[in-house]
Design a binder for this molecule. Structure first.
Ligand code: NAD
Ligand code: DAU
Length: 354
């Protein structure tokens, strides 16, 4: 069996659903259920004996030691994190607690467990840390995409906390020989994406007749990957990645934010037109830029393709259509996550533009 952390969040829940749908072995899913964790994402595996959900914190050493001793996983996949850049600008405490201290505690618990395994199980054990392209900082227009040996230059409290966790993971391999793997992935999108992030926020606001808040000039560039492609990359790295290595994962899909918002508006115009016949583009509003906003991310995913034969299956056109369709088909899920806490966040971040 494997231990997954943060498996009630956006990417983690997609990973759990895909893993079990693909006939994967049983897993323990440890999640603190912060505002971003949502058991509704896992409704499809409720009652599946292969899915053991444990509410709890990756910083809780006693709980980690108990879970590892009880379930004896052959691998740990660490998704648990505070993940939203804008929240890290408002306050970074939780980011340091989970992304840095939590990862440290998880590494230490894993090391203690791993050291006590018989030699063959020790050799097979893997600790896979899910990280981000944001650790590399920002690219100038036309500069080569981030390869694995790119300098690490995080610019936001979030990316600094993720870079710190990546360094800890690297050190636990170098010093303690823990068999770790790290993936640094670009921007994901798809089902179960919490509507504080660009793509789901734009879909949800558009349908609610609210402004579509584009930061600054909207010419910032991100590389977008459909979430199930990220999940298949993680499965492949877990299966065949070389311990101690990092693998960059991306979709070869660089787009400006404004182009993303236009695409969403055009799809909604087609699939769910406004009653007044106008385009959803009329709702686009330029708002103040994000402080320290990284201008461009781009991933060079040739290493994972060359060494492990992984490539994304979705193009941006197919992935974004599926995503918009999913939000149109799941209004109850959207309503469910729009709690009082969600409304407080939107009011604090966007004020009048919300
Ligand atoms: P998310 O915010 O949707 O989910 C995070 C999950 O972790 C939630 O279920 C939350 O309850 C849980 N969690 C938070 N703190 C915890 C703690 N202390 N102990 C246990 N569980 C805790 O995030 P996501 O977008 O699914 O991202 C998952 C991972 O992938 C993160 O590590 C993130 O840095 C990384 N990543 C995300 C993207 C992206 O585009 N979303 C891209 C690359 C990498
Ligand atoms: O690159 C991978 C990272 O992608 C992950 O590590 C993070 O966890 C994930 O949140 C994401 O970070 P970004 O900051 O790139 O994603 P976000 O959806 O917050 O913003 C995408 C772009 O859209 C960014 O340039 C900011 C802009 N934006 C975002 C929001 C929420 C807007 O213009 N308006 C908005 O309201």
């Amino acid at each position: 069996m494997i231990l997954v952390t943060g498996g009630a969040g956006f990417i983690g829940s997609n990973f759990v659903l895909d893993w079990l749908a693909g006939g994967g072995e049983p897993l323990v899913n440890l999640d603190k259920l912060t505002y971003a964790g949502n058991l509704a994402n896992l409704a499809a595996v409720q009652g599946d004996a292969r899915h053991v959900f444990v509410p709890g914190d990756i910083g809780d050493t006693t709980l980690l030691q108990r879970l590892l001793a009880e379930h004896r996983p052959r691998a740990i996949v660490n998704f648990a994190a505070e993940s939203h850049v804008d929240r890290s600008i408002h306050g970074a405490e939780d980011f340091i607690a989970t992304n840095v201290v939590g990862t440290f505690r998880l590494l230490e618990a894993a090391r203690g467990y791993w050291a006590g395994l018989p030699a063959d199980e020790q050799a097979a054990f893997r600790f896979l840390h899910v990280s981000t392209d944001e650790v590399y900082g920002s690219l100038a227009p036309g500069a080569p995409a981030f390869a694995e040996d790119h300098v690490v230059e995080p610019n936001s409290p979030y990316s600094a906390s993720k870079a710190a966790s990546d360094h800890l993971v690297r050190a636990w391999h170098h010093t303690h020989r823990l068999p770790v793997l790290t993936t640094n992935c670009s921007n994901n999108y798809g089902p179960y994406h919490f509507p504080e992030k660009l793509i789901p926020l734009m879909i949800v606001n558009a349908l609610a007749g609210k402004p579509l808040p584009v930061y600054g000039d909207g010419q910032q560039v991100r590389d977008w990957l459909y979430v199930t492609d990220h999940c298949s990359a993680i499965r492949r790295v877990l299966e065949a990645g070389r311990p101690g290595e990092t693998y960059n994962v991306g979709g070869w899909n660089e787009k400006t934010n404004l182009a993303i918002v236009h695409t969403i508006c055009d799809l909604l115009d087609e699939l769910s037109p406004r009653a007044d016949g106008q385009s959803y583009r009329a709702q686009i509003t330029h708002v103040a830029d994000r402080p320290g906003h990284d201008r461009r991310y781009a991933i060079d995913a040739r290493k994972i393709e060359r060494e492990l034969g992984w490539r994304p299956l979705e193009t941006f056109d197919t992935g974004i259509r599926k995503t918009v369709r999913w939000y149109l088909d799941h209004p109850d899920w959207v309503l469910g996550v729009q709690s009082g806490a969600y409304r407080d966040w939107v009011a604090a971040q966007y004020g009048q533009a919300a």
